[in-house]
Design a protein around this ligand. Structure first.
Ligand code: TRP
Ligand code: ZN
Length: 880
């Protein structure tokens, strides 16, 4: 096995010995030998500069020339390697270093640094890609003002884009080349640098900020796809307005550019004034994008735009502070989408994602704090914990301080830290100062990993008319953190009375309760609510007020009552999920022992009532009718997991629900078939969501008329949402009709890579034994490309993270396949390979046979002597 490099530790942070104030870049673009000249204005920054040794980092780059204050440096003064440039005897006063490097964008398959996509040039510099362009102090606490000159063949690259505002441009006389100069007046770290050059189509618009400043808006994409950018443009303008209205934040440059590219490792990147997007988060029209795609476009456009303040104007001191920009920006995009759509439905969707992605991370070998304290490879820390749990921590801060106190803290943060590379301590200090709150215990949310468990017990005493609520918290051990302290957990609550209204109480003893928030701060606390008129059903963690697991001993009848009566829609949904989960967990042991799964009539009544309740919005009803998925059940069971038993239990339970709902399903399905003209708005999307959940339940029964309805919808739909839902219902039930329908879908959309990703994903998630062979066949299908992360995630990621029974096949063939694939992809694109490997993160929770097979494959990967640092890091931690 390869020896590991030394880790980076938060406690080792030191400011840089030198810093860089100005960066003048000159790119002479050429497909396989691009020349970059970087003129850096450097000055001593700490006493360490007295050593006269300047250490710059690089990554796979070639030095072509080096000058200090205009004079070529003799070889004795420096050492240049592909990964570093070390210069000796530099002055202890400001100086200019001119570095010329050569790079090969066509050979750059890692998609970090400068690379080619669809014949165009683009960059990705977060977190450590700038060092693949030139030698630099490639760390976020070095803030410089950048000027970029880009020169290229006019025919290959008529469009030349950089950060900031456009400057001079023109032809280069006597050549077929041209150039453009861009200047960004806002000091920024190197990870926010970007450049795009190529032949692209554009959609343009304008926005006037609330102080009257006009801003030119442009979205670039592949020629011919401009019309598919209109929804993204609309989302951008709404984001700009929302940030003014809700946070008082205005845009700051003359121009804001988005470029959609096909080859991209992540979702999108917030480069100053020049956001670069994975095209799946830009392009949308009714025929090719589903309602979920539209919502994702809106959310990601907003997220990247909001980074202009939370990330760019105020950046991170070091990568340990990543959640300072990511958690906060996710919180902001969630709030935006809640305001644009339905707040309760958005909350349910976000919590579903958190529970499906962050909870397993927090409960497995890859668990880490929201602010990690040690890392080997920073790209592996763009995680659900940093992003989604990071957003929950900001949300709790608002719950604890109140909306008004939270806003005052945010205002101070923007005012005090504009232009800074800040820390979590800086952020929290703004809230302590403006609200006078002591956030010392709250800060544990940033340093303690693991999902806290709360056990709640309630008792109503008729005689004294008091209600005793005992809450106990436990934060489980996680890697490197065996013992935990008690956390400050805000528990939003209500005591639901017999008529469905929240009951009043006079006083509370036992701890701090403010309005409808219980502040839990001790390992165990008993809160006594006085003068409570009747026995209440407690509604705890309303709107999911903290990212915890709650165990409460409510009877099925109490849960049913909560589904009917809770004034908090989130908890109505949660109560229905809990009822379903109980049945699914019991059903799994029944299935494992060959017994038939029992369907609790209480659950069916709850679902039936929600389905029929016209006062509730359809999108909410759709969420309630979507019972927990196979991975949710596996997580709940937690050990000796048998994915086949889970799938059987879930299938049988859904069958029971379908029978129990009977004719109501088809009636409602037809009632929503109102042939409106397609609109992606939340209300219409909600109607489609409900109708398609019903279709899915009907189809799962395998009944001929249900399958006929699905085929009819598939063939006649005027939008992707309905077409895909019909196909997916048939495909997910592994019905014979799927082959013909999948084929028809492929024929219809061949040539449209983003739509074919949906097809690859459906093929990869069919719960049938032949799927693995099908996936292997598709690896050589023209619709697939190893070089494109979207294709890889759809096919291989679909198989390994969304097909529990087939990835976890009892013969280990699924594990074997993923290990082979990751080893192969790792040589080409380590970031994407390491991400795929995360599919193994819950291997220890499997039953012994599968656990052994998974471990064997992980050990095989670990034994390889040429792993990238990315994959090395994931495999090592997964096995630890
Ligand atoms: N900052 C980006 C975001 O969340 C994340 C990102 C985009 C990224 N591309 C990346 C992170 C490549 C690591 C590597 O908006
Ligand atoms: Zn982000």
């Amino acid at each position: 096995m390869k020896s590991e490099s030394a880790p980076f530790r938060l406690e080792d942070y030191r400011p840089p010995a030198f810093t860089i104030d100005r960066v003048d870049l000159d790119f002479r673009l050429s497909p396989s030998a691009t020349r970059v000249t970087a003129r850096l204005s450097i000055r001593p920054n700490t006493a360490d500069a007295a050593s006269g040794r300047l250490e710059l980092v690089g990554d796979e780059i070639l030095l072509k020339g080096l000058k200090l204050d205009g004079l070529p440096l003799p070889a004795s003064r420096f050492t240049a390697l592909p990964s570093s440039l070390s210069v000796r005897d530099v002055p202890n006063t400001p100086f200019e270093l001119e570095i010329e490097t050569e790079i090969d964008p066509s050979a750059n398959t890692k998609l970090m640094g400068l690379y080619r996509t669809n014949g165009n040039y683009c960059t990705q510099c977060e977190a450590e890609g700038f060092r693949r362009i030139t030698y630099f102090l490639d760390r976020p606490d070095v803030l410089a003002v950048y000027t970029t000159r880009i020169e290229a063949e006019k025919a290959d690259a008529p469009i030349l884009l950089g950060n900031g505002n456009p400057g001079e441009s023109g032809d280069i006389p006597g050549t077929t080349r041209h150039y453009a100069i861009w200047h960004d007046p806002f000091p920024k770290p190197s990870y926010l640098f970007a450049l795009v050059a190529g032949d692209l189509g554009v959609l343009t618009d304008r926005f006037t900020t609330r102080s009257g400043k006009p801003v030119e808006l442009r979205i670039y994409c592949e020629h011919g796809k401009e019309a598919r950018c209109t929804y993204a443009m609309d989302a951008l303008k709404r984001s700009m307005k929302w940030d003014e209205d809700v946070f008082g934040l205005e845009y700051d440059l003359d121009i804001f550019i988005i470029v959609a590219v096909s080859d991209f490792n992540m979702g999108a990147m917030e480069n100053k004034g020049l956001n670069i997007f994975n095209d799946k988060y830009v392009l949308a029209d009714p025929d090719t994008a589903s309602d979920i795609d539209y919502a994702n476009v809106e959310g990601v456009i907003a997220h990247e735009y909001f980074h202009n303040w939370t990330g760019n104007r105020i950046t991170c001191r070091d990568w340990f502070q990543l959640c300072l920009k990511e958690g906060l920006t996710v919180f902001r995009d969630q709030e935006f989408s809640s305001d644009m759509r339905s707040r309760p439905v958005k909350r349910i969707a976000d919590v579903r994602t958190l529970q499906a992605r962050q909870f397993p991370e927090d409960g497995g070998p890859l668990a880490h704090p929201v602010r990690p304290e040690i890392y080997h490879e920073i790209s592996n820390f763009y995680t659900p914990t940093v992003y989604e749990k990071g957003a929950e921590v900001v949300r709790m801060l608002r719950t604890i301080l109140g909306a008004e106190g939270f806003r005052r803290g945010m205002d101070l943060y923007f005012e005090r830290h504009d232009g800074d590379a800040a820390t979590i301590e800086d952020f929290l200090a703004c809230f302590s100062e403006t609200t006078g709150s002591d956030l010392a215990q709250f800060k544990l949310w940033y340093s303690q990993a693991g999902t806290p468990q709360i056990v709640a017990k309630g008792h109503y005493d008729e005689a004294s008319r008091s209600y005793r609520l005992t809450l106990a918290q436990n934060v489980p051990p996680t890697p490197g953190q065996p013992v935990k302290k008690s956390m400050h957990i805000p528990v939003r609550f209500g005591l639901i009375g017999p008529n469905g209204e929240d009951l009043d109480f006079s006083t509370v003893s036992g701890g701090k309760v403010e309005g409808d928030v219980i502040h839990m701060t001790e390992p165990a606390q008993t809160f006594v609510f006085h003068e409570v008129a009747a026995r209440p059903v407690p509604s705890l963690m309303r709107a999911f007020s903290a990212p915890v697991r709650l165990a409460i001993d409510l009877s099925s009848d109490d849960l049913l009552f909560q589904v009917r009566a809770d004034k908090d829609p989130f908890n109505r949904w949660q109560a229905a999920q809990t009822l379903a989960m109980r049945a699914l967990v019991a059903g799994t042991s029944d299935a494992a022992q060959g017994r038939h799964v029992q369907v609790d009539p209480t659950l069916v009544s709850a679902l039936a009532e929600i389905l029929e309740d016209e006062t509730l919005e359809p999108a909410f009803r759709a969420q309630v009718l979507q019972i927990p998925g196979e991975s949710d059940i596996a997580r709940e069971i937690g050990q000796d997991v048998d994915p086949d038993a889970i799938a059987t239990a879930r299938r049988q339970l859904r069958l029971g629900v379908t029978r129990g709902l009977g004719a109501r399903l088809a009636d409602r399905y037809r009632a929503f078939d109102d042939h409106r003209l397609y609109s992606p708005d939340a209300a219409d999307a909600g109607r489609r969501a409900l109708r398609n959940v019903l279709l899915d339940l009907m189809v799962a029964s395998g009944a001929a008329d249900a399958i006929a309805a699905a085929r009819h919808q598939f063939e006649t739909a005027d939008n992707m949402t309905d077409r895909l839902a019909a196909l997916s219902a048939v495909s997910a039930s592994a019905l014979a009709e799927r082959r013909h329908m999948l084929e028809a879908f492929y024929e219809r959309y061949q040539g449209d890579a983003l739509v074919l990703d949906k097809w690859l994903m459906l093929e990869a998630t069919v719960p049938a034994l032949e799927t693995l062979d099908r996936v292997k066949t598709l690896l050589v299908h023209p619709a697939f490309a190893l070089s494109n992360p979207n294709r890889v995630r759809a096919l291989v990621g679909g198989f390994s993270s969304s097909n529990p029974t087939q990835f976890n096949r009892a013969d280990g063939a699924g594990f074997d396949f993923l290990a082979d694939f990751v080893l192969d992809l790792d040589r080409r694109n380590p970031q994407t390979a390491a991400r795929l490997l995360i599919a193994f993160r819950s291997w220890r929770a499997l039953e012994p046979v599968r656990r052994g097979l998974a471990e064997a494959q992980l050990r095989r990967i670990a034994a390889s002597d040429r792993l990238s640092p990315d994959t090395q890091d994931i495999v090592t931690r997964t096995l630890a």
